[in-house]
Design a binder for this molecule. Sequence first.
Ligand code: SAM
Length: 311
Amino acid sequence: MNAFSHVPVLMEEAVSYLHPVADGDYLDGTFGGGGYARRILEAAACKVYAIDRDPAAVARGAAMAEGFAGRLRIFEGRISEILVILDAAGVRALDGAVFDLGVSSYQIDDPARGFSFRHDGPLDMRMGKSEKTAADLVNFLGESELADMFFQLGEEKASRRVAAAIVARRGLKKFETTSDLAGVIRSVVRPDKSGIDPATRTFQALRLAVNDELLEIEAALAQAASLLVKGGRLVVVSFHSLEDRIVKQFFAKAAGRTPSVSRHAPVLGGVGEVAKFKLLTAKPVIPGMAESQRNPRARSAKLRAMERVLA
Ligand SMILES: C[S@@+](CC[C@H](N)C(=O)[O-])C[C@H]1O[C@@H](n2cnc3c(N)ncnc32)[C@H](O)[C@@H]1O
């Protein structure tokens, strides 16, 4: 029995944009606690192919899959491998795909996974099995690589100061725990007016780097979009600006909205190429006040959706 649980964010909105229909094949690329997958399966007599890189999420899903009599299959793997995973399962086209990005509460609230500066635990942050840990990065990367990572993936303005403090400290003793690292960050970054813990941005950068999250998202969007049939929908919920920027740019390009240098220059590369997708959300959908109050994870969420209009 697991003491943690996950309250899905923007779930009704995501499933409504996905618009599941009977006999359709859908991908849930981020199975997590299975909240989205269950809602899709309840909405229509369809099939859901779910992926999660976390073996614990896949194991938790086994009992749920039994309850849906062959309509739910869950694969352990990364969303950068969608084409390989689905091809091996005999799935060559999708009626829709949904991604609810980032970490689940099962992961972030479990001190043993090392994601959070709010609990003491090993400095790990791996969503799956095989990647490097956060401790590997802070103990062995060069100072300028650390600074660049904190700046680019954490948008930490004091990135150089944080990297220097880490390198000075690890010369005396290597980092092993989340609270050890958070303490060193807090000793050199002052809290600002936002009230956000000074360790937040550095921890975000480490998590994204440990799991190659931004590259994963780019690959996942391209692969999922390539499998959609005409009328098929792609729905993505993101939780911070770096994720949302990738989704926004990918959607804009797919829908032919890329700003061109000249208004005579072609969009989408080739001359006369026609956009294959249309945006369903001109602006991102965000949670209502009630959901944000109920579930603090929802506060930064943004949903974007698009539909394939040409095969
Ligand atoms: C926010 S949770 C999803 C919650 C889910 N929608 C629900 O209703 O319970 C994100 C999940 O996606 C998984 N994940 C994140 N990035 C992934 C990737 N690149 N490949 C596969 N799974 C990933 C995480 O392990 C986590 O379990």
